[in-house]
Ligand binder design. Structure first.
Ligand SMILES: Cc1cc2nc3c(=O)[nH]c(=O)nc-3n(C[C@H](O)[C@H](O)[C@H](O)COP(=O)(O)OP(=O)(O)OC[C@H]3O[C@@H](n4cnc5c(N)ncnc54)[C@H](O)[C@@H]3O)c2cc1C
Length: 269
């Protein structure tokens, strides 16, 4: 008897970010926030890896890859790049009522968009290089009730399960999860494949599918400023001076000295 091979549909959350590698004198405003206009906008680096992870699953198992971004209409640039590399569909969630969203509101809005696409797998970058919180992926998983696997550097999907290798700093960990699940993908996964010339011709004049907050059935009280409990009390530039760096020997005596100095400056105890 012939059995039908299972295919998997993925959604990748991609964010357009200011290129923080290009920081110059006018890149910060006097209040310490980023002057986005002074920096080129790029595809968040680890979201490129997340897209590659989704495309690799589609290569191996079939299915579809959709990309979603929440942002200004100009964020469509990274949706086009995603289509040029291999994504099947692109969605832009844009709405003035989403302005000033913190990570809680951002993840709520994205979770509504993802739910509408009903995927088996969701991919996020580990972290965005501007906000840098690494909160949005886990928060989307929590809101959708999906399993969560973070720091993914390799992934295989078969028989309705995903087998992920997680980067845990000084080693790796292998985990198996049922689906649906959300994966945050680290740079260790590897680079996104290049643009495909045929796909550039096909998608260069295309427009993403645009959704506002009503289209995704969002509760407006959970979006934008109203849905954002975070208050930024103060923004401070931390400059580490050479004197802040101290090396300790990897010996018992070195560890004792390190702990002693941490207790002395009240970092511990
Ligand atoms: C009080 C407050 C007000 C803010 N107001 C604004 C504002 O007015 N305008 C503004 O642009 N930012 C604003 N921000 C920043 C905004 O909250 C964050 O940029 C956003 O929540 C994402 O958090 P992050 O950058 O730390 O992402 P992380 O949690 O580090 O991102 C992890 C991953 O989640 C996914 N992801 C994150 N954001 C998006 C997105 N927008 N679309 C698709 N995928 C995404 C990506 O895959 C990314 O790699 C505000 C933040 C605070 C605290």
């Amino acid at each position: 008897m012939e059995t039908t091979r299972r295919t998997y549909n993925s959604v990748v959350c991609v964010k357009q970010v200011p290129d923080t590698n290009q920081i110059t004198g006018d890149a910060m405003k006097p209040d310490g926030t980023i002057n986005r206009a002074a920096l080129p906008a790029i595809f968040n680096p680890e979201d490129r890896c997340a897209l590659e992870a989704a495309l690799a699953v589609r290569d191996a198992c079939g299915g579809t890859v959709s990309v979603v971004t929440m942002g200004l209409p100009s964020a469509a640039a990274i949706l086009h790049e995603s289509l040029f590399c291999g994504a099947d569909a692109a969605y832009l969630v844009t709405d003035r009522r989403a302005a000033a969203s913190d990570t809680l509101a951002t993840s709520y809005i994205l979770s509504r968009a993802v739910a509408k696409l009903n995927p088996d797998l969701v991919f996020c970058g580990r972290q965005a290089i501007d906000g840098d919180t690494a909160q949005v992926g886990p928060q989307i998983a929590e809101k959708l009730g999906f399993a969560l696997v973070t720091y993914v550097q390799a992934l295989e999907v078969r028989d309705g399960f995903a087998f992920a290798t997680r980067n845990i700093g000084d080693g790796t960990e292998k985990v198996r999860t049922s689906l649906p699940a959300l994966f945050t993908v680290s740079a260790a996964f590897g680079e996104l494949r290049p643009f495909n010339a045929r796909r550039i011709m096909k998608y260069k004049a295309s427009e993403p599918i645009v959704w506002n907050l009503d289209d995704i059935g969002a509760d407006i009280s959970r979006c934008g400023k109203a849905g954002s409990p975070t208050n930024v009390a103060k923004v401070q530039s931390v400059i580490l001076a050479g004197g802040d760096y101290r090396a300790f020997e990897p010996t018992e005596a070195g560890v004792r000295e390190l702990v002693g100095s941490l207790v002395k400056d009240h970092t511990l105890g």
